[in-house]
Design a binder for this molecule. Structure first.
Ligand code: COA
Ligand code: AMP
Length: 631
């Protein structure tokens, strides 16, 4: 009989050290932790400061040693490539150890950075695990970013090696990764030692000497490499995510805290255990993919599905149900936008018929706010618990959720649930005082953050303090606004900064503004996220032209859309730019983005008292009401 959420959370609050030391019992250590936390180390303390381990050993080798070698570790299902395969734990061990051997032969050792730029293929997981095996630090870059974004990450991480693939596949087009990688390497001042490239059947690239070696050949020639023991506080990976400026933040993840929290969460949160099949329909380029396509399920001895496809169009809106039925998925985790896409095409759920979902026990959602309609629709359709849980790249696992391993408490559609053990969440006013229950404030987490959360930003301690810790002393500022109700449910409503969330992808409007501002015809600009029924939000660019520019709006918009795609990538989903005469500003010159967003959404708003000239709002409102210009 599970303990229940309240008892579990209370157990953590009474004895956090004891709680996490007990959870640490689920991990194999080469030097077990004598204590869970040292408040004197790092910026706000460090988890498992005296322990040593290897996370790849925990994710693979120990399961093989325990007799699970024949169990599938990864199932690859790619409607885009028209292929499927399975890799047992024993096979995963062999391929990971060989890739680690090939990397070591090219000079990669503990602490070296390795950039991984790969599509949704099993080799992407193998690449991450091979880095972990060597104690090297991986940094995975999502395939939907342009060469310039990849270059920025290469420049910051200074990798010794890059692991990539010839191509990715999107509906209707092949994304040629190798030319993008070549362009990024040419753009970056950093020189990498070597590139190993997976040749895919869909499109094979040229591999001339010095510009990349065949990954399979390198693995075949390599000796399997054993696991390298590292400190629990050593970095496992850097994952770049959007901040408020164009420069992405390098979120650091340590080995020990991550292993403990993720392993613990598989049982507590998702109710999964060894031998269960879990499917996280995200991408290895995002935190959700790191934690619940790769590390979490494998640490717990589950089988993880890697899906290279979309919720709709590959071939239809029944794809998710087909994958769940075919592979016996017990828990599905996806973003609300994927459900909205399915709901739009198949509102009655007709495509569910014929798929045996008897093994499916729950659906988990995260990545963006889930509108209650979508959550309730999914619950009616699946007749299974639908759990919304709130996350950030920074935290590595959920901040709030509902906990199958403890026994679910009643769900409230639109809320992200209650805090996971390890987190005290508060809604604060501008002065840092908690607002009354049910009132909106800045959501902040009381320090210290629990295991798995970022110990800092890569080579940017001052930025870490400034971005997260200084606004509310003693707290980590999430950047999200929302409320905590009388019963402790947390409701995440919006961001307090200039980050937007498009189809579950976190994007910086500041980065898009930098691109628009670089166009020779643009004097100034603002990008805001406007409501979108499918993707949650969509970016809208408002630009003021330089004096004397006489270009049709549609022509300029096309150029701006192409520029954002070229510099940031297709993932920005930047499709609309409008020309306005002026932008609304405060008297001190700050652009009133929140007001612009409300204006674009057609929401009611109070004219800010600090506005320089209220008439501008009417002008812009009139432009937005006009039909989109056609070139
Ligand atoms: N490599 C290259 N390009 C990519 C890419 C990748 N890995 N992923 C997305 N893109 C491209 C898409 O092809 C699209 O290009 P287009 O403008 O030429 O059409 C663009 O980036 C925008 O992608 P997206 O916003 O994802 O829209 P979409 O129309 O392709 O798909 C959904 C819409 C709702 C089906 C899709 O967004 C989805 O499944 N989202 C789930 C989100 C998710 O898993 N988030 C992770 C957080 S949990
Ligand atoms: P990312 O770092 O890409 O995972 O994005 C994190 C941001 O996505 C959070 O700060 C929130 O703004 C949003 N987000 C993620 N999950 C949820 C959720 N369940 N409910 C509301 N917002 C969410």
């Amino acid at each position: 009989m599970p303990d229940g959420y309240d008892a579990t959370y209370a157990r953590w609050r009474q004895d956090p050290e004891g709680y996490w030391l007990q959870a640490a019992g689920g991990i194999d250590w080469s030097a077990p932790p004598a204590r869970a936390f040292d408040p004197g180390q790092g910026v706000y303390g460090r988890w498992f400061p005296d322990a040593r381990l290897n996370i790849c050993h925990n994710a693979i080798d120990r399961h093989v040693a325990a007799g699970r070698g024949g169990q599938p570790a990864l199932i690859w299902d790619s409607p885009l490539a028209g292929a499927k395969s399975r890799l047992t734990y024993a096979e995963l061990l062999d391929r990971t150890a060989r890739l680690a051997g090939a990397m070591a032969a090219r000079g990669v050792g503990a602490g070296d950075r390795v950039v991984i730029y790969m599509p949704m293929v099993p080799e992407a997981a193998i690449a991450m695990l091979a880095c972990a095996r060597l104690g090297a630090v991986h940094s995975v870059v999502f395939g939907g970013f342009a060469a310039a974004e990849l270059a920025a990450r290469i420049t910051d991480a200074e990798p010794r090696l890059v692991l990539s693939a010839s191509c990715g596949i999107e509906p209707g087009r092949v994304v040629k990764y190798k030319p993008l990688l070549d362009a990024a390497l040419a753009l970056s001042p950093h020189r990498v030692g070597a590139c190993l490239v997976l040749q895919r059947e869909t499109w094979r690239c040229e591999l001339e000497p010095g510009r990349g070696e065949d990954m399979e050949a390198a693995m075949a020639a390599a000796a399997p490499h054993p696991c390298v023991e590292v400190a629990a506080t050593d970095p496992l990976y850097i994952l770049y995510t959007s901040g408020t400026t164009g420069k992405p933040k390098g979120i650091l993840r340590d080995c020990g805290g991550y292993a403990v929290a993720l392993h613990h969460s598989i049982g507590l949160l998702y109710g999964l255990g060894a031998g269960d099949v879990s499917w996280t329909a995200s991408d290895v380029g995002w935190v959700v993919g790191h934690s619940y396509i790769v590390y979490g399920p494998l640490l717990a001895g589950c089988t993880s599905v890697i899906y290279e496809g979309k919720p709709v169009g590959t071939p239809d809106a029944g794809a998710f149900w087909r994958v769940c039925a075919e592979h016996g998925v017990k828990v599905l985790f996806t973003a609300p936008t994927a459900l909205r896409a399915i709901k739009k095409e198949d509102p009655e759920g007709r495509l569910l018929a014929g798929h045996d979902l008897s093994k499916l026990e729950a659906l988990f959602l995260a990545g963006e706010r889930c509108d209650p309609d979508t959550a309730l629709w999914a619950e009616r359709l699946l007749r299974r618990p639908v759990v919304d849980h709130w996350w950030q790249t920074e935290t590595g696992w959920c901040i709030t959720g509902n906990f199958r391993g403890a026994g679910l408490f009643p769900m409230r559609a639109g809320s992200g649930g209650k805090p996971a053990p390890g987190y005290v969440v508060e809604a604060l006013d501008e002065g840092g005082k908690p607002v009354p229950p049910g009132r909106i404030g800045s959501l902040a987490i009381r320090l210290p953050l629990p295991p798995a959360c970022l110990p800092g930003l890569y080579r940017a301690e001052a930025r870490f303090r400034e971005a997260y810790l200084e606004t509310f002393p003693g707290h980590y500022n999430t950047g999200d606004a929302g409320m905590v109700d009388e019963d402790g449910y947390v409701w995440v409503m919006s961001r307090t900064d200039d980050i937007i969330n498009v189809a579950g992808h976190r994007l910086s409007t500041g980065a898009m503004e930098e691109v628009l501002a670089s166009h020779p015809d643009v004097a100034e600009c603002a990008v805001v996220g406007v409501r979108d029924s499918l993707k949650g939000q969509a970016p809208l660019g408002l630009v003021v032209l330089k004096a004397g520019v006489d270009k049709a709006e549609a022509v300029l918009a096309r150029e701006l859309v192409a520029l954002v795609r070229e510099r940031i990538g297709p993932v920005a989903a930047f499709k609309e730019a409008r020309v306005v005469a002026r932008l609304p500003k405060t008297r001190s010159g700050k652009i009133l983005r929140a007001t612009l967003r409300k204006l674009a959404d057609g929401d009611e708003f109070a004219v800010p008292p600090t506005i320089d000239d209220p008439a501008i709002l009417e002008e812009i409102g009139a432009v937005l009401k006009e039909a989109r210009p056609v070139a």
